[in-house]
Design a protein around this ligand. Structure first.
Ligand code: SIN
Length: 529
């Protein structure tokens, strides 16, 4: 059995930032399913929203965040994250990250981007590959730390808690079972503090801007451990994912619209003006719903994002990654509009935590997209998530400095494998995986109804029964574990959506098209049992 002071599950901005700081206080293992850089963070294009300009203020950033959150943000949390942002940005700069700058009347200042819902330019970026640069910077720093072990190709299976071992009165997280993908063995790891930083669950939907790793593992594990889960109905659909048969999950950053990109329908009309006075740069929930309506009305497969009126040199310099990727698929942004569709992008709910990442299970922390701190409310303001990852990771690392005074070490049982056969019916796994993603897209998408949600709920219960059988009878594999997590998270999204009999932020239902402050201006909280 391995033992560490801190085990971090996930290697994106939140997990790595925490690991680097926790390493000053004890031994750290970072567990990650694939390679270190296979994270949602590395795919982030837009950047980090943070107040750095004289024309901006904390007040305005707080106001924009609260407005996007549609009444469900925790104002104190918003204020803390916004005001502590600049210090965390300085730390990234000290690690060598260089955000884009520009020359203004003889001096250099940040070249700030603009995205939907922001009243000011405030998005720090490195061209259109901000996440990749952050990920590389943090991994480079991690490699210098001797007290941190990065365990790649390791997947967390389940948390080990005192309650599961029969000590319900003093429940606490004691460790985690981890599948070593190379050996196929499940190891038992003990740690005083476990930090879930596993990112989101975009793969629960057929179309997503997320990488393949985004299978909701952290939320599913926390749920099984009896931890409180909040606001899972609020799934953010990004309005502009590249629509092309060979392009999988490629995001066209909102920054493109921030720099003047115009959404047009198949007749070439700038249709967003009909839906919102802010046009193509209205908040994401409004734009995604408008595109959905245009597509349904016209029968077209997509809409188009037009940048042809911008100078070619500007596009090439500001959006080199998007420009090159589109070109690879035969789309020349200089000459033609980019075909786009909305796709699942961000999980605004998650494991309920306080501002320091603490969950209601002692010893268990959650940071980044996997967590619900109260920053995003019912709809996340664009580019607020990398900021949240940095600030909450810092606070969590400060909060765990005091060692947990353990009276006596509870012995942790070894993992027991099912029938120790290999899964011979791989087709069942792939079929169930596809079925979940399609039913979530068709029944639990941008526009919902109770009838569709109930249909999804019934289907998911059947699938979960089948998956449970598989789980107990066969040797675990990454595919099976991901499928089990995906099904659990899909069911949480549906159950949460069924609880909310109103439309608010990202949750829009035809059955209750208005917000109902009297009955529903509160978080949706679910916990097992
Ligand atoms: C984007 O670049 O459009 C994504 C930014 C975000 O989701 O915060």
């Amino acid at each position: 059995m391995k033992e560490y002071d801190f085990v971090v599950i996930g290697s994106g901005i939140a997990g790595l930032s925490f690991a680097l700081k926790a390493a000053r206080h004890g031994s750290v293992a970072v567990i990650t399913k694939r390679k270190g850089a296979d994270t949602n963070t590395a795919w982030a294009q837009g950047g980090i929203a943070c107040v750095t300009s004289d024309e901006d203020s904390f007040q305005l950033h707080v106001r924009d965040t609260l407005e996007a959150g549609a009444g469900l943000c925790d104002e104190a949390v918003v204020r803390t994250i916004v005001t502590e942002g600049p210090e965390r940005i300085c730390e990234l700069a000290e690690l060598g990250l260089q955000f884009d700058e520009r020359e203004v009347s003889g001096h250099r200042e940040f070249d700030l981007g603009k995205e939907g819902g922001h009243s000011k330019r405030r998005v720090l970026h490195v061209r259109d590959v901000t996440g990749r640069e952050i990920e590389e910077t943090l991994l480079r720093e991690l490699a210098r730390q001797s007290d941190v072990q990065l365990l790649e190709n390791h997947m967390a299976v389940d948390l080990i808690t005192a309650a599961k071992l029969g000590f319900a009165a003093e429940d606490r997280c004691l460790g985690v079972y981890v599948l070593d993908e190379k050996t196929g063995e499940v190891e038992t790891i003990r740690a005083d503090r476990i930090v879930l930083a596993t990112g989101g669950c975009g793969k629960v939907y057929l179309y997503t801007t997320n990488p393949d790793i985004a299978t909701g593992d952290g939320v599913a594990m926390a749920w099984r451990a009896g931890v409180e889960i909040a606001n899972m109905e609020f799934i953010q659909f990004h309005p502009t994912c590249l629509f092309h048969p060979q392009a999988k999950s490629f995001l066209i950053s909102e920054a493109v619209r921030g720099e003047g990109g115009i959404l047009r329908n198949n007749r070439g009309e700038d249709f967003m003006k009909r839906y919102d006075p802010r046009g193509s740069l209205a908040p994401r929930d409004i734009v995604a719903r408008a595109i959905d309506a245009e597509i349904k009305r016209s029968g077209a497969q997509c809409v188009f994002l037009d940048m042809t009126h911008k100078p070619a040199e500007f596009i090439r310099e500001r959006f080199p990654h998007i420009y090159q990727t589109c070109l690879r698929f035969g789309i020349d942004m200089f000459k033609q509009a980019i075909p786009v569709v909305p796709a699942a992008h961000y999980q605004c709910g998650g494991i309920k935590t306080d501002i320091n990442g603490a969950t209601n299970l002692p010893g268990l922390y959650a940071i980044g997209e996997v967590a619900c701190t109260g920053l995003h409310g019912a709809n996340r303001l664009a580019s607020n998530s990398l900021l949240e990852g940095l600030v909450v990771a810092h606070r969590a690392a400060a909060a765990v400095q005091t060692r947990f005074a353990r009276k006596q070490k509870v012995p942790l049982p070894e993992w027991k494998s099912g029938n120790v056969q290999d899964v011979d019916e791989l087709v069942v796994i792939y079929h169930n995986w596809d079925e979940i993603r399609r039913l979530m897209w068709d029944y639990v998408g941008i526009v919902r109804t109770d009838k569709r949600l109930q249909r999804a709920s019934a289907r998911l219960r059947n699938l979960q029964r089948e998956i449970r059988e598989f789980y107990w009878n066969f040797k675990v594999s990454v595919d099976l574990l991901e499928l089990r997590n995906l099904a659990a998270v899909a069911a949480l999204i549906v159950d949460s959506a069924l609880c909310r009999k109103e439309s608010r932020g990202l949750h829009y239902t035809l059955d209750y098209p208005e917000a109902d402050d009297r009955h529903f201006k509160h978080d949706t909280l679910l916990s097992r049992g």
